[in-house]
Design a protein around this ligand. Structure first.
Ligand code: F6R
Length: 245
């Protein structure tokens, strides 16, 4: 793991956008694995700005998002389909036909998940996988468990994740209880992983990811075994880690 310490959220977002932009410049038809949540919003808006200036061309890029709430339609403002349109896809010159998010609107979990695995596999897996980290160490919606997951599957969200995500809903009861998520094995197949973390509430998860045992109780800890993983985190998120990083 390479840990990059940034001053704050803005600095983290800009540096992360630089890495993604370099990836797309070096390989215009890159396959990007993408995340939702608050963390990557600044990165997406920086990339959109560069795209509008003509500096970062997404016309040949294809994207595969990590996860989606089960039971939400694509146009539901709380869905990750909607999030990606509003925060990124509608602001850049990507062909929407090349963007993919698990189909939370399909009630048949088995069919939705195996179809997603198939298209990610056929795309050759991401060149670069962008991740955020949950306060409990989750990546995608791979929650702490007694084993690491493999392919895309349906998960029951933990109380801690429901609580954390309720800030984006009117009330906690509105947060869907299940999601479809790429598995840990699929994430590990990405040729580069860029995981972002900002703020003190992520400090323990970042410490566990980087220095704790490699265990499914902290799903992100498996990234210690990835050959090309960059942890890009701000001072607050790295506050429990050794100062040398
Ligand atoms: C989102 C996702 C999640 C988030 C994580 C952090 O697609 O896969 O793992 O990255 O929950 O969320 P934020 O960034 O909102 O703190």
């Amino acid at each position: 793991m390479k840990i990059i310490r940034t001053k704050d959220y803005k600095d983290m977002s800009r540096k992360a956008a630089n890495i993604i932009s370099a990836q797309v410049i070096l390989k215009p038809d890159s396959v990007l694995g993408l995340a939702t949540g608050s963390t990557p919003i600044g990165t997406y808006s920086q990339l959109a700005e560069w795209n509008q200036k003509g500096d970062c061309d997404f016309s040949h890029v294809s994207t595969y998002n990590l996860d989606e709430y089960r039971g939400l339609t694509h146009s539901d403002p709380q869905s990750y389909h909607y999030f990606m349109r509003v925060n990124f896809f509608d602001k850049i010159n990507i062909d929407l036909a090349n963007t993919h998010v698990p189909d939370g609107a399909n009630p048949d979990a088995q069919a939705a998940c195996s179809h997603y695995d198939q298209i990610v596999r056929e795309a050759g897996y991401p060149d670069l996988q962008l991740l955020g980290i949950g306060r409990n160490g989750h990546i995608g919606f791979n929650e702490p468990d007694d084993h690491f997951s493999k392919g895309t599957h349906c998960v029951d969200l933990t109380e801690s994740t429901i609580e954390a995500n309720s800030r984006l809903f009117e009330k906690k009861e509105d947060v869907p209880r299940q999601a479809y998520t790429m598995g840990v094995q699929t994430i590990m197949y990405a040729r580069m992983v860029l995981i972002l973390a900002s703020g003190p509430e992520k400090a323990q998860a970042v410490y566990d990811m980087c220095y704790g045992p490699i265990a499914p109780s902290c799903p992100a800890s498996i990234l210690q075994l990835h050959q090309n993983c960059i942890v890009m985190a701000d001072e607050a998120a790295l506050s429990k880690c050794p100062a040398a990083e």
